[in-house]
Design a protein around this ligand. Structure first.
Ligand SMILES: Cc1cc2nc3c(=O)[nH]c(=O)nc-3n(C[C@H](O)[C@H](O)[C@H](O)COP(=O)(O)O)c2cc1C
Ligand SMILES: CC(C)CC(=O)C(=O)O
Length: 408
């Protein structure tokens, strides 16, 4: 009896000694992110973790946000047709993207100003993508420089270009991307002008951030975020020489810097100058997709920019089948806008995408807990995708085809 009491007392003492560390770990951003079971839960954690204007910038979309909602709802109109009596003991997520193998059919989408969510910004996303065995795409508007990301991650990297009116700057960006081992050029074609994101307008979201009583109050309410921001303020896109420029709304800055005259001639010009693969991002029509292929594009991203540009546009998943039909095997297709679940990925692959890109899922992750949160986003989708493929009776993600789905 005494020996038993002695053992219980020793265990209690050990538990109490470990309690502070366990509590710290439990309430750390990393601990909280690790307990998120879904992308929706990561979103909720990000919402609590960063100031409202910063969360709204990532979460928000254009005008009435109809297309953003439709991106999510349209996945519900795709029905899965599970195949019975298939051996699913080994689920294989691997596929090839532009000739190189990736561990899962998910690519990090380019996101601008990622460092506002967490100072590690695109570096955190690149590291998480590399760890997941896949590719990251660094935006022209990234908070980290192309060199910083290259230095921080040995994984596959693509460079996403917005064509600026200052073509000298475009040439410089292309040269830096080449020199730093960015494998493919992703030309985004759906930001001819800035979309009107009314949450940003209401919040007075600007670049660099304008410090007001309201933003100070937000900072005080989010001390952990503020400490990171003060230690390493990522105020402006790092690759464009905007440091020291006056604060302006994001839309005004975009409309001043981006070139609205970009046409097919620019695609032809970039195609001839960029030595690696060219990917056109923001294609929503079969005729455009066909024309991209004729201009030598190696891949297309079927995307409405997460509903952040033309509100009222179709959901990307609705646009995919006709584009897949028009393109056939002449170019690889990726899809983004609205991926929140493993089953969304199954549906996109079945309808003709080779992989999906994820934007907000990663933004929520890094807002919640930096690199650990981005890893969690990949982890959640990887795990969901494995179960969904097993239940659908397609143990190899790369084998999914039209027979696996129907569209309402
Ligand atoms: C905060 C944020 C910033 C973005 N910045 C860029 C960008 O700089 N370049 C780009 O091509 N797309 C950008 N996008 C669009 C994404 O690449 C992607 O198309 C979109 O997020 C996909 O939708 P999802 O967020 O529902 O996954 C951004 C998206 C978000 C949410
Ligand atoms: C600077 C922006 C246009 C970056 C972007 O593409 C976005 O916020 O959706």
């Amino acid at each position: 009896m005494n020996a038993l009491l002695d053992l219980a007392a020793r265990q209690l003492r050990a538990d109490l000694a470990a309690a502070p560390a366990r509590t710290r770990e439990r309430f750390s951003p990393e601990g909280r992110a690790a307990r998120c079971r879904t992308i929706a839960e990561l979103r909720a954690l990000a919402k609590r973790s960063v100031p409202k204007p910063i969360f709204d910038y990532a979460d928000g979309a254009a005008w009435d946000e109809v297309t953003a909602r439709r991106n999510l709802a349209a996945f519900e109109d795709v029905t899965l047709h599970p195949k019975a009596l298939t051996d699913v003991s080994a689920v294989d997520l691997r596929t090839t993207i532009l000739g190189g193998e990736v561990a899962l059919p998910i690519i990090a989408a380019p996101t601008g100003l990622t460092g506002l969510q967490h100072p590690d910004g695109e570096v955190a996303i690149a590291r998480a993508a590399h760890r997941a065995g896949t590719i990251t795409t660094v935006s022209t508007m990234a908070s980290c420089t192309l060199e910083e990301v290259a230095e921080a991650s040995a994984g596959r990297r693509w460079f996403q270009l917005y064509v600026m009116s200052d073509r000298g700057l475009v040439d410089e960006l292309l040269a830096r991307a080449t020199d730093n081992g960015y494998e493919a050029l992703v030309l985004t074609v759906d930001v001819q002008v800035a979309g009107v994101r009314e949450r940003d307008v209401r919040n007075g979201f600007s670049v660099p951030p304008r410090i007001s009583l309201r933003t100070l109050a937000q900072g005080v309410a989010h001390p952990r975020w503020s400490a990171g921001f003060v230690a390493n303020p990522r105020m402006v896109p790092a690759n464009l020489g905007w440091e020291g420029s006056a604060s302006a709304t994001l839309a005004a800055s975009v409309n001043k810097a981006f070139d609205p005259t970009v046409t097919w001639d620019d695609l032809a010009d970039l195609r001839s100058r960029w030595k690696g693969p060219v990917i056109v991002k923001g294609v929503m029509r079969a005729d455009d997709a066909q024309r991209c292929v004729e201009h030598g594009a190696d891949a297309l991203v079927v995307s409405n920019h997460g509903g952040r540009q033309l509100d009222g546009a179709a959901a990307s998943i609705e646009a995919l089948p006709a584009i897949a039909d028009a393109v056939g095997d002449r170019a690889e297709l990726y899809l983004d806008s609205g991926i929140r679940r493993g089953t969304d990925i199954v549906k996109a692959l079945a309808l003709g995408a080779r992989a999906v890109m994820i934007g907000r899922a990663l933004m929520y992750g890094i807002g919640a807990a930096g690199e650990a949160g981005a890893r969690r986003a990949f982890g959640i989708l990887d795990a969901e995708l494995r179960v969904a493929l097993a239940l659908a009776g397609y143990p190899r993600a790369a084998d999914l085809g039209m027979d696996a789905v129907s569209v309402r």
